[in-house]
Structure formats: structure tokens, C-alpha cells
Design a protein. Sequence first.
Length: 185
Amino acid sequence: MIKKTIVIFSFFIFFNPLNATIKEQIILNLEKTNNLTFNFKQTIDEKSEKGSCIIEYPKKIYCLYDNFNKKIMVSNGKSLVIKNQTNNQFYLYPLKKTPLELILDKNYLINQIKNLEGRIIDNKYFNFTILNNHNKINIFFDNQTLNLIGWQTEDIYQNLVITFISKIKVNQKIDKNVFKLPQMN
């Protein structure tokens, strides 16, 4: 009986999820995540914009910017549209030509994180740097909640883009119609 107790106790000590590394916990958290809703603050060079987004894995995003132009950004998994709703300016990009293709691919992120060494920043954030072709992407996770809290990339014009996300909700019921690309007028 004592041997069984020791074996069971040893099992819980060595295989307790609380003993898993932060990296392993982040991976487990990502694996359970189907979608995220959040507020964001995005800085491109010295210009900042705010808004709210929905990400649905894989590769779908809908963002409404809280600015004068009421800009929206939508990806259906293949294309990315940025539309200024006040003057109907419309930009269409293949998603694969943007760093968002990698950021919005949960399986890609998980596979990359498995092979990367992360680093703790200011005892608050856990960071992984992903290098892929001409893209350098810094992904940040909250050290406590293990949620994705932002990323840093370069846009197609080689501007530094920093996106910080907050008020994160995971696996919410979402309207899948938001990922339909807006029509050109």
C-alpha cells in the first residue's frame, strides 16, 4: 500500500501541469483557443490607433478601428481587406503577403513556439521571436494569464507595427458573417 501511495504521489509531482514550463503552458492555452475578442492599440511609427477585434483560428480577423474614418480590417483566411468606411477607400492584399498570415495561424504559432526559446520581459511578458522568410515577428504573452497580448512586426511598407491587445475574451460565441470581405463600391 505504501508503494502505491509513493508511486501515485510521485506521478502527481512529476506530471503536475503546474510544474510545466511557461512555454508548455502557453502552448496548451493556445491549443484550447478557438477565437479571441479584444480591444487593441496599434502604433505604426509614431501614429496610434485603437479599436476592437475578433480573431477566429485559422487566419480570420475582423477589426473595427475607433477613428474618424471608421476603418475596418477583415480577413477571410485568404485575403485581407482594409476599408475606410467614410470615403470608401479599399485596399485588398493576399493574406500570405502579410505577417498576419503567420500570427493568425494558431498551428503555425504552436509549432514555432515548440522550437523557440522564449524570454521573460519585465517579469510581465513572455516573448518569442519568429523569423520566417522576410518576416520578423515578436509575439508577446501575459506571464500570468498566458494569453496572447500583442505582437510587433513590419508592415508591407516596412514600418514598425506594434499591436497591444487588452480586455481579452477567449472562445466567445461569434457571428461568422463578420469575416466576409466587404464589397468594393
